[in-house]
Design a protein around this ligand. Structure first.
Ligand code: IPM
Ligand code: MG
Length: 366
């Protein structure tokens, strides 16, 4: 069976890192039909919209979507609906990708790249599950108006709406408890129940769903404390589940614990496990075109795609083993380089992963 993958490289370093992931997919002896389409600023330039209808359709028709990154400061002045970020927000919304998996794993080879003390992060393996299609990101109403009350009636004001319905919280809670069952069976639900009605409700609903998972341990933590604990004792966590905005913030912090956001993949899944896979990092326009970006997060995102959406766990494991091998060989892109290791560019890193995969294949086949 041929697997259809929509390839959406996007902006900045997106095209460079995607080329390496595609190269890796192509040496796996699997049948893929890959089609590329513009997204983000690149799509705005080519077609006048960050998420053109043809790109959205391609993503809908595919078995999985591999996404690079979008965004560039040069689009900051565009009206909101035309900015590159709308592409990823639109894909999440139109494909119903409500469950976002953001693992933060500290590779033993990279313990010293972390800004935290090595003993705090050695062996770190946490999974942040972020609700991705609700909360203040998508809540209506939102907009600008003249204030009729508050501290300054008559002044211009802007507002967004934080809201969650019960089924939205229930389904992400199920995802978190089920993911925890495959790990250390502990879930921390992150909220702001001491202040926000939405997150008191979140906490109540997560507790209710928890009744169906007596084998999984649940605790609740306020988001400010969670941020503190992440930098104080991150290994205390197993699975964290939280809303869209808190998840956005905490997942960046968690990513950095591991030494480099350039290493971390992510998956955004719909209710049938169809998904969009993207590196956790952004488009890094400052280093775009220089051939120095780390392609490993995108390569590992392709592995996640094989595992979660395409039912190819063995191929995924081969990619993961190859990444581990190149790190053990001492190869490092600039973001994870340290004294005593060998600095390589984007393409060399991709080539090394390909070589590691093909050598193991030869060994297996004899
Ligand atoms: C992320 C990004 C996006 C978000 C932006 C690009 C819209 O920061 O995926 O974390 O805020 O969700
Ligand atoms: Mg973010």
């Amino acid at each position: 069976m041929t697997m259809k993958i929509a390839i959406l490289p996007g902006d900045g370093i997106g095209t460079e890192i995607m080329a390496e992931a595609v190269k890796v997919l192509n040496v796996l002896d699997l049948k893929f039909e890959m089609e590329t389409a513009p997204v983000g600023g690149a799509a705005y330039e080519a077609k006048g919209h960050p998420l053109p209808e043809s790109t959205l359709q391609l993503a809908k028709d595919a078995d999985a979507v591999l996404f690079g990154a979008v965004g560039d400061w040069k689009y900051d002045k565009l009206e909101r609906s035309l900015r590159p970020e709308q592409a990823i927000l639109g894909l999440r919304k139109h494909l119903g990708l409500f469950a976002n998996f953001r693992p933060a794993i500290c590779y033993p080879q990279l313990t010293h790249a972390s800004s935290l003390k090595p003993e705090l992060v050695a062996g770190l393996d946490i999974l942040i599950i972020r609700e991705l299609t609700g909360d203040i990101y998508f809540g209506q109403p939102r907009g600008r108006r003249t204030a009729v009350d508050g501290h300054f009636p008559g002044a211009d004001e802007a507002f967004d709406t934080m809201r969650y319905s019960k089924p939205e919280i229930e389904r992400i809670a199920h995802v978190a408890f089920q993911a925890a069952r495959l790990r250390n069976k502990r879930v921390t639900s992150v909220d702001k129940a001491n202040v926000l009605e939405t997150f008191q409700f979140w906490k109540d609903v997560v507790s209710e769903v928890h009744q169906q998972y007596p084998d999984v341990e649940l605790d609740h933590m306020y988001v400010d404390n969670a941020a503190m604990q992440l930098v104080k004792a991150p290994k205390k966590f197993d699975v964290m589940v939280t809303g869209n905005m808190f998840g956005d913030i905490l997942s960046d912090a968690a990513a950095m614990l591991t030494g480099s956001i350039g290493m971390l993949p992510s998956a955004s899944l719909d209710k049938n496990n169809k998904g969009l896979y993207e590196p956790s990092h952004g488009s890094a326009p400052d280093i775009a075109g220089k051939g120095i970006a780390n392609p490993l997060a995108t390569i590992l995102s392709a592995a996640m795609m094989l595992k979660f959406s395409l039912n190819q766990p063995e191929a995924a494991a081969r990619i993961e083993a190859a990444v581990d091998a190149v790190l053990s060989q001492g190869l490092r892109t600039a973001d994870i380089w340290s004294e005593g290791t060998q600095k390589v560019g984007t393409r060399e890193m991709g080539d090394a992963v390909v070589a590691a995969i093909t050598t193991t294949t030869k060994t297996i086949k004899g």
